[in-house]
Design a protein around this ligand. Structure first.
Ligand code: COA
Length: 239
């Protein structure tokens, strides 16, 4: 369900359930989680996530949603559903290469990466509220940080679809490229990131991720400690 390729130090993971527009079933999420533990990801400097077929992902598998009890939801987030947090917690930078539908859980997966590149065919949206639920794989937490509360509420409460230009204006994307170009652009960005000193990239990414929750004092201390560590590396000595 996941295709893995290496392009030098960049690892490309492709959601491979095109007949269901890469709907995120528990099995697909579990397969993705297994790849995160695999050597191809562990040894990479950057991870790109893309979708096979005509969509990045049409979101959570609707055939599984209706079957969940409250206990089932809790168990899901202990298992397959934890993959969104695991993507976000990867120490190396991550990029979503988006084309076609990127809805609901598919958009939440994209928001769990560090950078999103979309082509002109991308269609975004959060249909959850219209289904009587809410984005619950980290989406509300991540969207409010990227887009601010008013825009996040607008996008999630009304649930309308939007294109790459609106996504770019809302701060969700780093780049919009021509049709068919998202994967190539994401790999190009991945290669640029992979050329940077790996530990410096990783600690800076992790510092940026914890800063909004850290007090100023803790944040400043963390920066200094990380600097102390990086100042001892060969990458820094040779610079
Ligand atoms: N869960 C499970 N299956 C899904 C799916 C989802 N989220 N999204 C698409 N599929 C399946 C369809 O059931 C269909 O399967 P089938 O060929 O066996 O019938 C296949 O993927 C292709 O989808 P289809 O609806 O025929 O394509 P389309 O181009 O007409 O429409 C969408 C595309 C994305 C607009 C439509 O599939 C859709 O609305 N999907 C649900 C989106 C959603 O609400 N996601 C968030 C859930 S929180």
């Amino acid at each position: 369900m996941i295709e893995i390729e290496r392009d030098g130090a960049v690892c490309l993971l492709t959601l491979n359930r095109p007949e269901k527009l890469n709907a995120l079933s528990s099995s697909l999420e579990t397969a993705l989680g297994e790849e995160l533990d695999g050597e191809a990801v562990r040894t990479s400097a950057c991870v790109v996530i893309a979708g096979e077929g005509r969509a990045f992902s049409a979101g959570a598998d609707l055939t599984e949603l209706g079957e969940r009890t409250p206990e089932g939801v809790a168990a899901y987030y202990q298992g397959a559903g934890h993959v969104y947090e695991r993507v976000a917690a990867l120490p190396q930078p991550t990029i979503a290469a988006i084309h076609g539908y990127c809805l609901g859980g598919g958009l939440e997966l994209a928001l769990a990466t560090d950078f999103r590149v979309a082509d002109r065919t991308a269609v975004f949206g959060f249909p959850e509220v219209s289904l009587g639920i809410l984005p619950s794989s980290g989406g509300t937490h991540r969207l409010v940080r990227l887009a601010g509360p008013a825009r996040a509420k607008h996008l999630m409460l009304l649930g309308g679809r939007f294109g790459p230009d609106e996504a770019l204006a809302a701060g969700l994307l780093t780049d919009v490229v021509e049709e068919g170009g998202a994967r190539a652009r994401a790999l190009e960005l991945g290669r640029q990131l992979a050329e940077q000193p790996r530990l410096a990239v990783s600690l800076t990414k992790q510092a940026i991720d914890v800063m909004p929750e850290a007090s100023r004092q803790a944040g400043i201390l963390l920066e200094r400690l990380a600097y102390g560590m990086l100042s001892q590396t060969e990458d820094h000595r040779q610079s």
